[in-house]
Design a binder for this molecule. Structure first.
Ligand SMILES: O=C(O)CCC(=O)C(=O)O
Ligand SMILES: [Fe+2]
Length: 429
């Protein structure tokens, strides 16, 4: 036991900590209210996604189900009130509705030169299909709001935007990584140990580790942990096991320079364009960070590709978050967590003709992280010693998105491919 580092002091499990930052609770500036359209009355084929309540003690099955079966889940009980949620949407509307086209161009992102979305991505930048360009305007703000200047209408609200980033980071991202994903692994692994008659000594070592593990192991699927434990029982020292986990934490959680907000505003497409694109507004893709946090909003358009190959709609839940895993998580976890394929399509009839305002927090590991599996025996894509760093991947995918020539995947009518840093990236129709 002497090789277990003393980690208990910073391991108090406050799985339902969550108080929004003071700036969010006491805004001083008034802002015009943004009113989205009513939810659709159409009966859509919705994905049946699990709901995880961050204000309740973790339940072992919820995250396992969420991450391994669906790859998408809702989060509620995140500590932001409905009024605070609405205020964020009011603020998110400003860069689109209160900034002139001329000023927007002044703050346009230099996406291809820098591989970064910071600033505006204006409409008609991405190619969709058959010569049709996109109709989504996005305003993207780094977690460090000082990295770029902002349009005049946004400036009075920067403190709130920064507080909102901190809220997402500390009150949503961290608890999800720490307590939810971990908890189910702990139970799953423990029963594995017992089932397999592993020595009580190991069970007690595991028990002793678990406070710490509760706070720090993350992003490992049940299978991977089993594999990891198996190795640790047979050949690894406990310390090696802990170190491997520490590595993952370091990469994903501690260094945070590229966390990014995005406020998106989609405009309706013309009937002609809808025809040419088969009503797909954003092709099936994976996100390239670790986890994406999307604030649920009422205009239905987001669909996810289920394991059986069907597109299902994501239903709006008031004041819930929609969370999915991205590429870097898939790489680092050796495929235990899959980056989930999703797309955006034309909304149902009763919601057409309205703009669609979205709020995201895209989470990414540190730029210098090599996207190689930290645990597990295999990467799920062709990544080896030449694996890209997070910076390579972020910039490569950002610069190429909607600009590069896709090739039809062999034998796969629905899939088009591009290659970024030696890794095949697929786009789904
Ligand atoms: O608009 C949405 O609901 C999802 C957009 C999306 O998938 C993305 O920006 O990566
Ligand atoms: Fe996405």
């Amino acid at each position: 036991m002497s090789d277990i580092p003393d980690i208990s002091h910073d391991a108090v499990p406050t799985y339902c900590a969550i108080l929004p930052s003071p700036e969010l609770l006491s805004p001083t500036m008034t802002v015009n209210h943004y009113s989205p359209p009513q939810i659709t009355q159409e009966l859509l084929d919705y994905a049946d996604l699990p709901i995880i309540d961050l204000s309740k003690p973790p339940h072992p099955d919820d995250v396992r189900e969420a991450m391994q079966t669906h790859g998408f889940f809702y989060v509620v009980g995140h500590g932001l009130s409905l009024a605070e949620n609405q205020r964020i949407f009011d603020i998110a509307d400003l860069p689109f509705s209160n900034v002139s086209d001329e000023e927007k161009r002044q703050y346009e992102a230099t996406i291809q030169q820098t591989g970064s979305y910071q600033g505006y991505k204006l409409r008609k930048y991405w190619h969709l299909d058959n010569g049709v360009q996109d109709e989504v305007e996005t305003y993207n703000i780094n977690r460090d709001i000082t990295k770029r200047q902002h349009p005049e209408a946004v400036r009075p609200y920067l403190a709130e935007i920064e507080a909102f980033a901190r809220h997402n980071h500390l009150n949503v991202l961290h608890p999800i990584l720490r307590f939810r994903i971990l908890f189910c692994l702990h139970l799953a692994s423990e029963s594995y140990l017992l089932e397999n008659q592993a020595s009580l000594h190991w069970a007690s070592v595991f028990q002793k580790m678990h406070l710490w593990i509760y706070t720090d192991i993350l992003l490992l699927g049940k299978l991977t942990v089993r594999r990891l434990l198996l190795r640790s029982i047979h050949s690894w020292t406990t310390f090696a096991f802990i170190s491997a986990v520490h590595e993952i934490v370091k990469h994903l959680q501690l260094n945070t320079p590229h966390k990014m907000h995005s406020f998106d505003f989609s405009y309706p497409h013309s009937a002609e364009d809808e025809g040419k694109t088969k009503s797909v507004w954003l092709k099936g893709h994976t996100d390239f960070g670790s986890i994406t946090i999307l604030y649920s909003q009422p205009v239905s358009a987001l669909q996810i590709l289920t394991p059986s190959g069907e597109w299902k709609w994501v239903k709006h839940i008031e004041n819930a978050l929609v969370i999915n895993a991205g590429d870097s998580l898939e790489f680092l976890s050796g495929g235990a967590y899959r980056s989930t394929i999703h797309r955006v399509v034309q909304p149902p009839k009763d919601q057409r003709g309205y703009p669609r305002l979205c709020v995201f927090y895209f989470c990414m590991p540190d730029d210098n992280v090599k996207l190689l599996p930290l645990i597990g025996d295999k990467a799920c894509r062709s990544v080896d010693a030449d694996a890209p760093t997070m910076e390579d991947w972020r910039k490569g995918r950002t610069a190429a998105y909607g600009k590069s020539q896709f090739k039809k995947a062999e034998g796969e009518e629905r899939i088009e491919e591009e290659v970024i840093h030696g890794v095949v990236v697929k786009h789904y129709n």
